[in-house]
Design a protein around this ligand. Structure first.
Ligand SMILES: Cc1cc2nc3c(=O)[nH]c(=O)nc-3n(C[C@H](O)[C@H](O)[C@H](O)COP(=O)(O)O)c2cc1C
Length: 263
């Protein structure tokens, strides 16, 4: 006998918007009433998230250094526990998702959720316009919808899901946590003072609302300000960082495809 789940809480963190777009695609395939819980901005993360009874939980996060971002580990870690169906999704920039999906899956299991599907999708890399360029693209959107539909069918046919662990391609212990370099984006003279970087900073790292002053310790180096600046006035102007990114792009030019896992 299948389960009647009619609403889905889409809980996500998405500094540069690719995870948000993947969530939208999966949500369309799920064809349930969506409730978006966008935890990208600091204000949204101060309010506890309440979940409704019999609601499917779609948890989605970008990959940072092959793991979940610290802010996601902390915020998702505070979600209410209990037996409920959940879907785990990560989005990565065409290098690798490493242990991030397994980490999200384990977080769901620790909460008591029954994971009915997991997937890793590709989005344009936060630090590059070459790596995963313009992804997710329409083909990714279609795969996201199909994954959502497959999860819906799994739920409707209900096959003792808790007894079927998902076989994810990763291993424990996870790789070491990504260590943020003591850097923050620099601002060029092109800055027109529109303040969209200040308004959309997921870390609230701009000092006194000044678009040119970023608190390095607060900055997540998530690249939201770099990607959304209409004047392209923000960049990371550190030589070592730029060399590393160039090498990363050169080594990962081949297109990677989304991976999906169902019970
Ligand atoms: C700090 C940081 C670390 C990242 N680490 C990885 C990584 O290990 N592997 C990868 O393929 N992409 C990595 N990326 C790229 C993001 O996972 C990718 O661009 C994702 O689509 C961003 O999601 P968003 O648009 O929702 O912020 C990293 C990005 C940032 C900002």
């Amino acid at each position: 006998m299948g389960r009647q789940v009619i609403q889905c809480a889409n809980v996500f963190f998405s500094p540069t918007g690719t995870t948000r777009r993947v969530v939208k695609g999966v949500s369309q395939g799920l064809a349930m009433r969506p409730r978006n819980v966008d935890l990208t901005m600091p204000g949204a993360r101060t309010t506890p998230v309440s979940l409704e009874k019999d609601e499917l939980l779609l948890l989605a996060s970008p990959v940072h250094g092959g793991r979940l971002p610290k802010v996601v580990r902390e915020t998702f870690g505070r979600l209410p526990g209990g037996r409920r169906p959940a879907v785990a999704v990560v989005v990565y920039g065409n290098r690798a998702y490493d242990d991030a999906l397994l980490e999200l899956y384990d977080l769901c299991l620790a909460k008591g959720y029954e994971v009915v599907g997991a997937a890793a999708f590709v989005g344009e890399h936060s630090y590059s316009h070459v790596l995963g360029k313009n992804r997710p693209d329409p083909a990714d959107d279609e795969l996201a919808r199909r994954f959502g539909l497959a999860v819906r069918q799994t739920l409707l046919t209900d096959r003792c899901l808790s007894e079927k662990p998902l076989l994810l391609k990763a291993s424990r212990p996870y790789r070491p946590l990504w260590e943020k370099r003591p850097l923050a984006p620099a601002t060029s003279r092109r800055c027109a003072g529109c303040l969209s970087c200040v308004k959309h900073c997921p870390a609230g790292a701009f000092v006194d609302g000044d678009p040119r002053r970023i608190d390095r310790d607060k900055c997540l180096l998530c690249a939201a300000c770099i990607k959304l600046c209409p004047e392209r006035a923000k960049s990371i102007d550190d030589d070592d960082f730029c060399d590393d990114m160039a090498a990363l792009a050169a080594a990962n030019l081949e297109r990677k495809e989304p991976a999906t896992f169902l019970p």
